[in-house]
Design a protein around this ligand. Structure first.
Ligand code: DC
Length: 245
């Protein structure tokens, strides 16, 4: 797998709507619908980090289990990662051919995915896989580093945000749909912890790319956000935003 610098990568694809933002900003739902409207592929990169976390848990080498090892489990995780074949197929995530989609939101994954996604060797592998998907055709890609690192030449970059209380409400609804009762305070605490970890890590922290369109989704319906982004994609580009600033 290549480790070329992001902005010099010869294959850094451009036909990409790169959507970043914190948890609960509504990225997944919006990105999925936008991809459908545009006829682009949909790339849920959070699901990829979750699948790797699940894989490490299965291999007994997730960060919390390895905290006391001299290298904090890095060697075992590297080995496990090199034996993992990750595929995204119509909204499902396959790990070595097995559908692991229904494991991606379990509590153990939730609690360790930020630590896994802070590991530079995991990020390099995911970045290359993500670019590999986008060179095959146009994509709507959502995550934390889409516009800043993985697709620096993306034609459209968006940063979706929302007030913390609204993000907590949306996450609570997700949990309810999964049949889990989690109090609003716990959800808010969890969101704050995850956002802090995701924005303070040294490798590819959550950042708004300077040429991204900022959209505050607080109080907006999903349909309204999708309509706004559709208009952006159809009438503008991040290059024009850059020129206008
Ligand atoms: O969007 P999500 O909640 O499914 O993301 C799960 C975790 O993966 C979250 O802690 C941030 C991390 N992530 C990341 O570091 N980079 C991405 N491009 C996508 C997700």
């Amino acid at each position: 797998m290549s480790s070329a610098a992001a902005d010099t990568h010869p294959l850094a694809p451009t036909q990409v709507v790169a959507i970043d933002g914190p948890s609960g900003a509504g990225k997944s739902t919006v990105a999925r619908l936008l991809a459908r409207e545009l006829g682009f592929a949909f790339l849920d990169t959070g699901a990829m980090y979750r699948a790797v976390t699940w894989h490490f848990l299965q291999a007994g080498c997730a960060p919390a289990e390895c905290a006391d090892e001299p290298d904090r489990g890095a060697e075992r995780m590297r080995r496990a990662l090199s034996g993992a074949r990750l595929e995204l197929d119509a909204g499902r995530v396959l790990l070595n051919g097995r559908d692991v989609t229904h494991h991606l939101r379990v509590r153990e994954v939730e609690s360790q995915v930020s630590a896994v996604s802070a590991l530079p060797f995991v990020r390099t592998a995911m970045r290359d896989l993500q670019r590999g998907v986008a060179v095959k055709g146009p994509v709507v890609a959502e995550g934390r580093d889409m516009g800043s690192v993985v697709f620096p030449r993306a034609r459209w970059k968006v940063y979706l945000d929302a007030a913390p209380s609204e993000r907590a409400r949306r996450r609570s609804r997700d949990f309810e749909r999964q049949g889990r009762q989690v109090s609003a305070e716990d959800v808010l605490d969890e969101i704050n912890v995850r956002d802090r970890l995701d924005s303070t890590r040294s490798d590819a922290p959550l950042r708004q790319a300077p040429d991204a369109l900022y959209v505050d989704t607080t109080g907006l319906t999903t349909e309204a956000v999708v309509a706004k982004l559709l208009e952006f994609v159809r009438t503008s580009s991040s290059e024009r935003l850059r020129e206008a600033r």
